[in-house]
Design a protein. Structure first.
Length: 735
């Protein structure tokens, strides 16, 4: 068809087909259907049209024009279809194209997945990474292993496209260290070899394979540098090294960089000759100096064996371990610590994590790497401590993870432990991980740790503040908006008034109307949010018991929907009432449930001044005066006359309990109504008009009781008369 209609007309047809993709987003589907129709004309047209999508041949490039303006889901779908026809290999253009970041990221992710699934050849996959783009260990993992699909990509492919410089300069991971250095040796790149030595990343792992490779490749200068390096232990696989050097005519004296002295036969052991104090000093020097480590191990094989046993003996283990930990600033120190914890007879204290953050020592990369390794071992169950990490321990571990940027650790399945799941939350607040927030919102103790991090790290506070101030609460995705709101509540600080106004707005509050956010607000004493949320919730007896039962420790609250949240402080029903949330108890009162909280509910209702709830309680719920008539006393203290009158008229209240304090409070407050209680526990209301000193006695319970007694058979009139006359005596005493 191209030959029949000509190239110019063919290009014009393509231009027409994709015009609507750029000018009228609403007609994207029409344009795509037109393209499908053209492809269905014939197999020949289908074949020719696909060939025209070759970016090297087609002047009009529909792929890049669509990519640069990708701001609609239809664009992304179309680009995915184009990528199946011909995959672009110019990753620089993908990174720098001026498209909407969200759509570009989605398509770019799809494209990388398609590439890793071997849609294109291995060599094309390698070409995706240009030489000047930084290589990381994650990049190499994508090259050599992606998910469950292995890509047969050889080091020679990376060398052919010039990626080795980027790998040597940027990849810093022990998984790749030996492979990279061996490859540099095989390439004969002395300049890159020096760079790796300066990074101090080599060691004697795997039977000194690095040194063996240099010998086998005939790299004399590299062999000399390796033998003189304090990072290489020449005692490891020494016989194989000597044999390889002799086979190639090397001078084996370079293997004797250390002082080789065979311990004389029949002579007492070194510790017996020099004493334990000297041994302790030698060990102290060895564990803080990599050169001394290699020298001491090179003295003799017997010394090396005894040296290993000493380091892991109960007598020296903890001293050696913590001394090395404090001074850990080299790869040798890190490797040595890892060897110690893997010894069968080595042991660490139960509170190892607490001791780590309490041990004084400057922050170093190698120290952080060791903490990363020991944390991985702990999470995998290879290393056990009797005490789980507490809040301070987790705070310390989280800072380490942030410093080293070890993002993959958060993807493990071992963070289900309640004490460890909080670590992931910190990553949510760093800008480079902001897009992954929704995946890590399920942590249990985030609010505590966030406060700790804010207080201890001003830089962290600035990051959080900048992100929260830029939150768009109008996002269409409700789940995402709820995530942002949750994080905002966790990070709430009273000084950020702008964030406070946004959180209390009508568009945000509806996202928080559940007990999860209610308890988060309680944890940080966010009173305004507690009030707003509490007005829309109803407590159950189980939730009330879980939330309002005092405890000296933090406790997990089961919300009944399969989720839970950590309550970090005690809250009382009285505090609930003071915050204007008393209506949360309405359902419990209406059902008339008999709970251990009934008297506390009564006090909270009196505090709120809600007479409707009080009358409902009198009608439907059991309660009592308690040991001190707290509810009635509170009504008098707050001058709630109506509440006091209702309580005095209730047969569930025993007015003889704590009567002296009740009378004293009534007189002290100068209320218009004062309770008078006689010696028999009967009550009166005394209404005083202070201006004209007119006294009106209104009988309540006493009159009712007297009337009942008069009707009773055999009532004693003298007793009734005595009760009646005792009231004025008590009244006169009070006035």
């Amino acid at each position: 068809m191209a030959d029949t209609i000509g190239r110019h007309l063919l290009r014009h047809i393509f231009s027409f087909l994709f015009r609507h993709l750029y000018d009228h987003p609403g007609q994207n589907q029409t344009a795509l259907r037109s393209y499908n129709a053209c492809q269905l004309v014939s197999h020949l047209w289908n074949k020719v049209s696909q060939a025209w999508f070759d970016l090297k041949n087609l002047d009009y490039r529909p792929f890049w024009v669509t990519y640069e303006r990708c701001n609609h889901p239809a664009h992304r779908i179309y680009l995915q279809r184009l990528s199946n026809i011909y995959l672009p290999t110019d990753i620089d253009r993908l990174v720098s194209a001026r498209t909407e970041e969200k759509e570009q990221t989605l398509f770019f992710t799809y494209l990388i997945r398609a590439l890793a699934a071997a849609v294109c050849s291995d060599l094309e996959l390698a070409k995706l990474i240009s030489p000047h783009i930084e290589m990381t260990s994650e990049d190499l993992s994508i090259f050599f292993y992606h998910g469950s699909h292995e890509v047969d990509l050889q080091w020679k492919h990376l060398e052919s496209i010039g990626c080795m410089d980027a790998i040597v300069n940027n990849v810093d991971d022990e998984v790749w260290d030996d492979q990279i250095l061996c490859r540099v040796i095989k390439m004969g790149r002395l300049d890159l070899f020096h760079k790796r030595l300066q990074k101090r990343l080599l060691s004697s792992r795997y039977d000194n394979v690095i040194l063996l490779t240099a010998i086998e490749e005939g790299q004399v200068e590299m062999v000399d540098l390796l033998c003189k390096s304090v990072q290489i232990d020449l005692n490891v696989n020494r016989d194989a090294l000597r044999e390889a050097m002799e086979a190639r005519g090397y001078n084996t004296k370079v293997l004797d960089a250390g002082v080789i002295v065979e311990w004389p036969a029949g002579v007492s052991a070194m510790d017996e000759k020099i004493g334990w104090d000297i041994v302790d000093k030698i060990l102290s020097m060895v564990i803080t100096d990599g050169r001394a480590l290699c020298t001491c191990r090179s003295v003799s094989h017997r010394w090396a064996e005894r040296y290993e046993r000493w380091l892991t003996s109960p007598l020296f283990f903890q001293t050696v371990f913590w001394r090395t930990y404090r001074s850990c600033d080299s790869r040798a120190h890190c490797d040595f610590l890892l060897r110690l914890i893997h010894q069968c007879n080595g042991f660490l204290p139960d509170d190892v994590f607490q001791t780590m953050w309490k041990e004084h020592g400057r922050i170093s990369v190698e120290r952080d790497r060791f903490i990363q390794k020991i944390l991985e071992e702990y999470l995998k169950g290879n290393f056990k401590a009797k005490k789980n990490p507490n809040h301070n321990d987790c705070n310390f571990l989280a800072r380490v993870i942030i410093r080293i940027g070890y993002r993959r650790l958060l993807d493990t399945d071992y963070f289900r432990d309640a004490a460890m799941r909080i670590i992931d939350s910190l990553f949510c607040y760093f800008k480079q991980y902001w897009a992954d927030l929704a995946d890590y919102i399920a942590g249990d103790m985030k609010s505590y740790l966030i406060r700790e991090m804010i207080q201890s790290s001003p830089g962290c506070e600035e990051v959080i503040k900048s992100q929260l101030d830029s939150i768009d609460f109008t996002e269409e995705d409700e789940g995402w908006r709820k995530t942002l709101v949750t994080l905002s509540i966790m990070s709430y600080r009273p000084k950020r008034k702008h964030t406070l106004e946004r959180l209390l707005s009508h568009s945000v509050i509806p996202l928080c109307l559940d007990f999860y956010h209610f308890i988060l607000a309680v944890n940080i004493s966010f009173t305004d949010m507690i009030t707003h949320i509490g007005q829309h919730l109803q407590l159950t007896v189980q939730l009330m018991s879980n939330i309002f039962t005092p405890s000296q420790n933090q406790r997990r609250i089961d919300l009944g929907d399969g989720s839970s949240v950590l309550l970090m402080r005690n809250i009382s029903l009285m505090e609930l009432s003071e915050l204007g949330c008393i209506n949360m108890l309405r359902d419990i009162i209406e059902e008339g449930l008999d709970t251990t909280f009934n008297n506390q509910i009564l006090v909270a209702v009196v505090k709120s001044g809600r007479t409707d709830l009080l009358n409902m309680m009198i009608e439907k719920m059991w309660f009592s005066s308690g040991p001190s008539n707290e509810a009635l006393l509170l009504a008098l203290l707050d001058s709630q006359d109506e509440m006091a009158e209702i309580l005095c008229g209730c047969d569930k209240i025993n007015l003889s309990i704590n009567r002296e304090q009740l009378v004293e409070v009534a007189l002290t407050n100068g209320n218009d109504r004062i309770i008078i209680i006689d010696h028999f526990g009967y009550a009166q209301y005394l209404k005083l008009r202070r201006g004209d000193q007119i006294i009106e006695v209104v009988r309540t319970l006493a009159m009712d009781f007297n009337r009942r007694d008069r009707r009773a058979p055999g009532a004693n009139d003298n007793l009734l008369r005595r009760q009646y006359f005792l009231v004025p005596q008590c009244m006169a005493m009070m006035l």
